[in-house]
Design a protein around this ligand. Structure first.
Ligand code: NOJ
Ligand code: CA
Length: 561
């Protein structure tokens, strides 16, 4: 009990102590190095977050998910962790972590931290020990080492390629190689080893004891692996990927690990929560979201969908059905630190190859910024009306676009380096936030920012938007306040008597959401307008707009599916 007694009541200040807070929470993702820099060294930090708790409270979010803040060489933006139980000295200290946690809780905001269990960094003490030890040693058994092919092991054990490009095996001398599904600085752990399992349970307890409310689990689908030899070729790997028996992805026994974690989560009151980052098809998602497992899983279907009413409706229906099946609640995500921001995706013609577009610094095709913002606000308001949790990514509340023209010499994403520049990578959505309308880093910090803040981000700054009642920030604040007031139950009823371009439904209490995906106005259903994603005249829902109404709730039809 040492940690607990030192820290006192770690959930003090939270309005709701119930164990179901996560089911319909609005979770705001903070990418810490790009959020707010308190000491002017160009890197966002924990005191920077603490200084913005009031902003988060006013925004109206229920929880913060903090991307990795652990010591790291930043070979992959912090997803290469040197030490899972400490804070990167450039970002803060454990004491500052506790202060941040306490400030969030005092404002009624929960805290979710990122856990990266598929791989450590190559600077982690375990990997250093593994390199210093013999093949077959217990130190090497914590990772996935294999003898290479060829007479002297000079060839990789298989032709597998890593997610960021290049081979998935790295030689360490003596004909031995280690596996890395991501960058070479991210050696994969061996989850068949009980010592690895024990270590991560200790890490989960370390943060839960410090008052962390939940965990976001990185690459949750890849921990369990079958490396029985002969290893299949890359071409064979692609076959039958989602059957539960693929050597590297979404293996059925990965859930044994999460069942063990659930026992750890349930040692706490309220139980700690978790959300899986599992890039698996919808029908495999419920396994991760099971109450005996992680409890919730990201649903990236809308993030991957184009702007189209029937497509959105189908995805929503399917995911609500899956949530009912698993006992979890659905999650809705439009943006995160890995994808082109949704204000920009919707500004580009359907079917735009985003990688090619980034490669050309966003020059061709030219985004229609106005349209992107309009659609982004409409899509956000739609997802905020849905049953389940909404995960927002820092800066989307400002309507930030992707920064596509970052020069090559400032890029940090390993995707850029590992693909020899063929893919620009994810830095364009990780640019520091503009807090003020003036100054070299627009209020992010002082003179420096680890990625340059474009001068024209002044129009998106918190300062300029606070002065503008029609701003995207004002819109998010209104929407989140209304959602908090209206949210009850986890059901919806579709309104069926609507044009084909319209997605409309009613939630318990007569809270109605209508989205017009089309390019012509449609009649506004009866009811009092609560929030609208673009100005409304009281008679119609304009093109590419979502409107929330308070209706009697009598005109819905039972949802099927
Ligand atoms: C998913 C994370 O979201 C991404 O940023 C990271 O590069 C990979 N996992 C590897 O950890
Ligand atoms: Ca700093």
């Amino acid at each position: 009990m040492t940690a607990l007694s030192v820290l006192g009541n770690t959930t003090a200040g939270l309005p709701r102590q119930d164990a179901t807070w996560w089911r319909q929470a609005v979770v705001y993702q903070i990418y810490p190095r790009s959020f707010a820099d308190s000491n002017g060294d160009g890197i966002g930090d924990l005191p920077g977050i603490t200084g913005k708790v009031e902003y988060l409270r006013e925004l109206g979010v229920d929880a913060v998910w903090l991307s990795p803040f652990y010591p790291s060489a930043l070979a992959d933006g912090g997803y290469d962790v040197d030490d899972y139980r400490d804070v990167d000295p450039r970002i803060g200290t454990l004491a500052q972590f506790d202060e941040m946690r306490a400030a969030l809780h005092a404002a009624g905001i929960r805290l979710i931290v990122d856990i990266v269990p598929n791989h450590t960094s190559n600077r982690h003490v375990w990997f250093q020990q593994a390199l210093a030890s013999e093949p077959g040693s217990p130190e090497r058994e914590r990772y996935v080492f294999r003898r290479g092919l060829g007479e002297h092991g000079e060839l990789p054990p298989s032709d597998w390629t890593a997610a960021f490009g290049g081979p998935a095996w790295e030689p360490v001398g003596g004909g031995e190689w280690y596996l890395h599904l991501f960058a070479p600085e991210q050696p994969d752990l061996n989850w068949a080893n009980p010592e690895v399992r024990e270590e991560f349970r200790t890490t989960l307890r370390f943060w839960a004891d410090r008052g962390v409310d939940g965990f976001r689990i990185d690459v949750a689908h890849a921990l369990a692996k079958d490396l029985t030899e002969p290893l299949p070729s890359q071409a064979d790997l692609k076959a039958d990927i989602w059957g539960g028996a693929h050597p590297l992805e979404d293996r059925d026994e990965v859930h044994d690990i999460y069942r063990e974690w659930r026992q750890v989560f349930n040692e706490y009151d309220p139980p700690r929560t978790a959300v899986a980052e599992a890039w698996v098809p919808a029908h495999r998602r419920s396994r991760y979201a099971s109450p005996e497992g992680l409890g919730q899983a990201f649903n990236f279907d809308l993030l991957e969908a184009t702007w189209d009413g029937p497509t959105f409706a189908k995805i929503i229906d399917n995911n609500l059905a899956l949530a009912r099946e698993s006992g979890a609640s659905s999650t809705w995500v439009l943006s995160n630190h890995d994808v082109v921001r949704h204000a920009t995706r919707y500004a580009l013609p359907d079917g735009t190859d985003l990688e090619a577009w980034l490669r050309h610094d966003g020059a061709e095709p030219r985004p229609d910024e106005e349209r992107g913002r309009r659609r982004a606000r409409a899509a956000t308001l739609l997802t905020l009306a849905l049953p389940g949790s909404a995960y927002l990514y820092q800066g989307e509340e400002l309507g930030l676009p992707e920064v596509a023209d970052l020069p090559a010499d400032v890029l940090q994403d390993p995707t850029f380096f590992r693909s020899q520049g063929a893919q620009k990578g994810r830095d364009g959505c990780r640019v520091p936030l503009p807090w003020a309308s003036h100054g070299p880093t627009l209020g992010f910090g002082d003179e420096l920012a680890h990625l340059p803040v474009p001068a024209d981000f002044d129009r998106f700054s918190v300062e300029s938007q606070e002065a503008d009642p029609g701003s995207t920030l004002g819109f998010y604040r209104r929407a989140l306040a209304e959602r908090r007031r209206l949210q009850t139950g986890e059901t919806l009823e579709w309104l069926t008597n609507v044009p084909a371009t319209v997605v409309a439904f009613t939630r318990p209490g007569g809270w109605t959401s209508v989205t017009n995906f089309g390019s012509e106005p449609v009649p506004l259903p009866p009811g009092r307008v609560l929030v609208a994603s673009s100005p409304v005249d009281g008679r119609s829902v304009p093109a590419e707009t979502t409107v929330w109404l308070q209706s009697s709730g009598q005109n819905g039809t039972e949802q099927d599916g």
